[in-house]
Design a protein around this ligand. Structure first.
Ligand code: PLP
Length: 349
C-alpha cells in the first residue's frame, strides 16, 4: 500500500470540538447561529420526506436548479453565475482543484481559515501566507502576485474585520490568478464584495448557509462567479453533491429574507452589546463584522480563560497559533448565553 507522499505526511484538519451532550453547554466555539432557521425549512424538508419517504427513492436534481434560480434573483445575477455546494468548504476545495495544479502555488491571509492549508496539502499545492499590518491590510503583498489563487477571507476569521471593497478591487488587480473572496460571514457585515464579481474578471465570491441562515447541519454553500468558472466547478463536483433535503432546505431558507433580516438584527445587536460589556471588564476587542468577536484578556493569558470557561461548560475557541494565542474567538449566541458568558468572565477575572 502506498499513499501519495503529501497525504501520508499531512496532518488532517481538526474541526471545532463538538461535545456529546450539546445541550449541557453554552457552545460559542464554531460560529453556529443560536436561532433556528426559517420555519419554512422544516416544512419543506418534511414535505419532501412525506409520510413514506417515497421521494427519497429518486436522485436529487443534479443541477440544483431551483436553489440556483432563487440565489441568482437574490444577488441580481443570471443563474449561470451561481453554483450551489455541499457547504462552502466543498467550493474552496473544488476551486483549488480547478485552478491550481500539483506543485503550483496558492496564497491566503495569515491568520485566516486554517482549512485552506489542509486543502492545499491534499492537492500537493504550495502555500504562501500574507500577514497583516496594524491597519489590517496585507503586510507584504507584492505589486503582482503570480500564484494561481488567493483566498481573501472577508470578514476575516477569526479576527472579524472586513476589507473595504476598494481595497479588495486593488488586490484583485494585482493578482495574476483568481481572487476568491470567502464571505462566509458577510451577511453579518455592513457591506460585502458581491458587486465586485461583475466588475473584476478574476474575482469569485463564496458564501455559506451555515452561519446566517442557521443551517450548519445541512451543509450548504454557494458561489457567485463568471459562467465559465461555474461551468468548470460543475464539471469537478460530485454529480449528486446535494441531497433532496438539502436542496429544498436551501430554496426555503434563501426565499425567506424576512427571517434572515430579523436573525441578523438580533445577532448584530447582541454582538455590539457583548463587545461593549466585555471591554468594560478589561478585554480588548476588534470591532467585528461577523457573528463572533476576537477578544484579548487583560493578562493576555487566553488559555487560562479558555480552561476556566470550559470548566463552567462554556465553549469558546482558543488557538495555539503564536499570532492568536493571546485571544479567544467567541461566537455570538443568544443574549442570555452572552450574559452568562460575561458573568463567568467577570468571575474568572
Ligand atoms: C472563513 C470560513 N470559510 C468557510 C467556512 C466553511 O463553511 P461551510 O460550513 O459552508 O463549509 C467556514 C466555517 O467555519 C469559515 O469560517
Amino acid at each position: 500500500m502506498s499513499l501519495r507522499k503529501n497525504i501520508a505526511e499531512m496532518a488532517g484538519y481538526i474541526p471545532g470540538f463538538q461535545p456529546e451532550n450539546e445541550d449541557a453547554w453554552i457552545k460559542l466555539n464554531t460560529n453556529e447561529n443560536p436561532y433556528p432557521p426559517s420555519p419554512d425549512v422544516a416544512k419543506a424538508i418534511l414535505a419532501e420526506v412525506g409520510t413514506d419517504g417515497a421521494n427519497l427513492r429518486k436522485y436529487p436534481d443534479s443541477g440544483s436548479r431551483e436553489a440556483r434560480t432563487i440565489a441568482a434573483k437574490l444577488y441580481g445575477v443570471d443563474p449561470s453565475w451561481v453554483i450551489m455546494a455541499n457547504g462552502s468548504d466543498e467550493l474552496l476545495n473544488n476551486l483549488i482543484r480547478a485552478f491550481v495544479a500539483e506543485g503550483e502555488e496558492l496564497a491566503f491571509v495569515h491568520p485566516s481559515y486554517s482549512y485552506y492549508a489542509t486543502l492545499a496539502a491534499i492537492q500537493g499545492v504550495r502555500v504562501v501566507r500574507f500577514g497583516l499590518d496594524d491597519d489590517y491590510r496585507l503586510a507584504d503583498f507584492p505589486q503582482r502576485y503570480t500564484g494561481k489563487l488567493f483566498f481573501l477571507t472577508s470578514p476575516n476569521a477569526p479576527l472579524g474585520f472586513r476589507f473595504t471593497n476598494d481595497y479588495i478591487r486593488q488586490i484583485a488587480g494585482r493578482c495574476d490568478g483568481v481572487l476568491v473572496v470567502d464571505e462566509a460571514y458577510a451577511d453579518f457585515a455592513d457591506a460585502n464584495a458581491m458587486d465586485l464579481v461583475a466588475q473584476c474578471e478574476n474575482l469569485i465570491v463564496t458564501r455559506t448557509l451555515s452561519k446566517s441562515y442557521s443551517l450548519a447541519g445541512m451543509r450548504l454553500g454557494l458561489a457567485i462567479a463568471r459562467p465559465e468558472v461555474v461551468a468548470a466547478l460543475d464539471k469537478i463536483r460530485d454529480h449528486y453533491h446535494l441531497d433532496r433535503l438539502a436542496l429544498v432546505a436551501a430554496a426555503a431558507a434563501l426565499s425567506d429574507q424576512a427571517w434572515l433580516s430579523e436573525n441578523l438584527r438580533k445577532i448584530r445587536k447582541t454582538r455590539e452589546w457583548f463587545s461593549t460589556e466585555i471591554r468594560r471588564i478589561g478585554y480588548r476587542v476588534i470591532p467585528s463584522q461577523a457573528n463572533f468577536i476576537f477578544a484579548t484578556p487583560p493578562d493576555l493569558d487566553a488559555e487560562r480563560i479558555y480552561n476556566a470557561l470550559f470548566e463552567r461548560q462554556i465553549l469558546v475557541r482558543y488557538f495555539t497559533d503564536p499570532l492568536l494565542k493571546h485571544g479567544l474567538r467567541i461566537s455570538i449566541g443568544t443574549r442570555e448565553e452572552m450574559e452568562q458568558t460575561l458573568a463567568a468572565l467577570a468571575e474568572i477575572g
